[in-house]
Ligand binder design. Structure first.
Ligand SMILES: [Zn+2]
Length: 209
């Protein structure tokens, strides 16, 4: 099915008329969806050079950057659940958004994945982070990057908040950042889950502004 592999079928297609027309038909087949091929890549500031190197080896349609670690700590592992009462949430979120800002400024990615994953175990940001949201949104816009409105946390962690928090979303829309819905499906059955619901949320927010 890949144009790149067409040359592997020459003898088969020339074998007889039936095989030739079967192959011709396959080549002409079109589908009502356009697929893009890309990866979501873990970002950590200390590995920018490594990511750059790997990125240069392949050609992707897109590369989404995401944060799964804060200074080595994998905060979203289900087997490593944590409780917000054991952490200084203000410090934690400040560092999280600092890394997020660096991700956006690294110019390594076309988009920012699930910008809310630190709340996967219910530790929502409690302080006012509007300045951080403003900076991140500005940087996304300046680097022509999109941000994901993701149902991944709701699907994979049973998070009660769907997509970005209202304040973050407000700044994304304020700076006209391109927002792309994503289900971050870990299983095929979850592909596209909750996207209609997120579309409703997105259109509501725009009306509210
Ligand atoms: Zn991820």
């Amino acid at each position: 099915m890949f144009q790149e592999c067409q040359s592997l079928y020459t003898e088969m297609a020339e074998y007889n008329a039936y095989q030739g027309s079967w192959f011709e038909k396959k080549k002409k087949e079109t589908f009502p969806v356009k697929l893009k091929f890309g990866l979501e890549v873990c970002y950590s500031p200390e590995h920018e050079k490594d990511i750059e190197k790997i990125k240069s080896l392949y050609s992707f349609d897109f590369l989404a950057g995401s944060i799964h670690f804060i200074d080595g700590w994998a905060f979203s592992h289900l087997k490593q659940r944590w409780d917000k009462k054991d952490y200084d949430l203000k410090k934690l979120y400040t560092r999280y958004y600092e890394i997020m800002y660096k991700l956006v400024q690294s110019k390594l990615f076309s988009g920012l994945s699930h910008p809310n994953s630190l709340q996967c175990f219910g530790a929502y940001p409690e302080e006012d982070f509007s300045k951080e949201y403003d900076n991140i949104a500005c940087a996304l816009k300046a680097n022509a990057m999109y941000v994901e409105e993701s149902s991944g946390l709701a699907i994979n962690y049973d998070d009660k908040e769907l997509g970005m928090n209202k304040e973050m979303l407000k700044y994304m829309q304020l700076h006209d950042v391109s927002i792309i819905t994503a289900s971050d499906a870990h299983y095929p059955k979850d592909v596209g889950k909750l996207i209609p619901e997120m579309n409703v949320l997105l259109s509501k927010e725009i009306k509210r502004m």
